[in-house]
Design a protein around this ligand. Sequence first.
Ligand code: 5AD
Ligand code: SF4
Ligand code: FES
Length: 345
Amino acid sequence: MCANHNEIAAMLREEDLAALMRRAYEVKTATWGRRVALRGLVEFSNICAKNCLYCGIRRGNSKVSRYRMDESEIVDAVAWAADNRYGSVVLQSGELETEENAAFIERVLKAIRARLGDGLGITLSVGEQSEATYRRWLDAGANRYLLRIETSNPELYARLHPADHSWQRRLECLRTLSRVGYIVGTGVMIGLPGQTVDDLARDIRFFIDEGVDMIGMGPYLVHPDTPLAADAPRTEKSRLLELTLRMIAAARLTIPDANIASTTALQAIDPEGREKGLLAGANVIMPNVTPVKYRGEYILYPDKPCTGESSELCRGCLERRVKSVGEEIAWGERGDPLHFARRTA
Ligand code: 5AD
Ligand code: SF4
Ligand code: FES
């Protein structure tokens, strides 16, 4: 469906929520069936050189004790996900642009491919990097990359980040990722201080115009140990939930063949948040497969679910949640977004 700003804004503002979700869910089932793809999320390091004003693991937060899993721990977590027939994994960390970090990730990717072969989808979510680094990791075995633009509004972005963080560079990174051959995902936070519904409608337009294959969006949650906590007006959880569900539905209706995640942050504001995300048109869930001993140190936002639960526990929990809304898990399927096949045909 091709939608202009006013049509998208009407989905976010006026249309009856239940009707909008039904419409989006129909499009989702027509494209994907009543199925959900799993991505095992490995939060392998909370070391970050950046200082985003909203994020709990920003460089300036000295309360966080920093870790990086070693190569064998990461490969083991990925192997656990593969053995449990999660079709793909996401390797996520803070942003670092050192050569040491680039070489480490390259080694990890090669070790995963050596142990598990080519079947598994491997997504990186490790921030802004040079084109050479992106190419190097692609060659080492990565297939997909997630880099949230955070907001499509450059002025709003500037208010949420220190002066040396650049919206323009983030956009260039996204375009580079597409050009060098990744399946590319982006996304935004919803309910940011100063963000309007028109901004959110433009976020959807941004996804369409940039031709992204995957979308991950979640509510902005105020982390107490961040600068933004001081002046952030708190949006009601019910409002955040509704806006996020509307955004998922609008993304599904405008980009039917994209992979859209029902993100963990949704469950931080509603016990059934992720299930509701599925009913709004999402087709991806990202169960955490990080070893439990690290989970407490990877807190980007408060009330993060699954911080004390093991990978086994989350697996069973999510399976029940998915079934509770009449969906089934696409076990062992990589679940590449059809959008990518179309974009690169
Ligand atoms: N609330 C919600 N999402 C957050 N992120 C970072 N901090 C927060 C927060 N306080 C999101 C950003 C980032 C992703 C990894 O986590 O969108 O890209
Ligand atoms: Fe680092 Fe990402 Fe947090 Fe920004 S949002 S401080 S880049 S981990
Ligand atoms: Fe982790 Fe439910 S998914 S405890």
